[in-house]
Design a protein around this ligand. Structure first.
Ligand code: FES
Length: 130
């Protein structure tokens, strides 16, 4: 994951591996807004992976609860996050959990999924945010 700043906000740029993507589809029932109907994303990210391309996830790294900075918890399972954890982000302030598409889990105080900023690809390895 890389973090850049855009409009004074951290932008998370995550290269999702095949192993990460394999864990993306099995937990929709545990999410508050699995189809992102109440969340903010550009039209091209209005899909289950919330991205232009499956391997690349771009999101504003600001918790939708009260604005803290969620931390990467990419490793699936484990005693710390629970065996059902598919990998994602954990907000240190009040414990909101997001998956690797920034979709918030039920039981989190955050009301909506992480916001997806506008972005485009200027080349195979060049991302433009904004
Ligand atoms: S600010 Fe993230 S859970 Fe409250």
């Amino acid at each position: 994951m890389r973090v850049v700043v855009w409009r004074r906000k951290p932008i998370y740029i995550v290269r999702r591996t095949a192993a990460m993507l394999a864990l993306m589809g099995g937990h929709d029932a545990a999410l508050k807004d699995p189809d992102s109907t109440d969340s903010q994303q550009p039209a091209y990210a209005d899909n289950p992976l919330r991205s232009r391309a499956p391997s690349l996830f771009v999101a504003i790294g600001v918790c939708t609860h009260l604005g803290c900075i969620p931390r990467a918890r990419f490793e699936a399972g484990g005693p710390r996050m629970g065996e059902q954890w598919p990998g994602g982000f954990l907000c240190p302030c009040h414990g909101s959990r997001y998956d690797l598409a920034g979709r918030v889990f039920k039981g989190s105080p955050a009301p909506t999924n992480l916001e997806i900023p506008p972005y485009s690809m200027a080349g195979p390895d060049q991302l433009v945010v904004g």
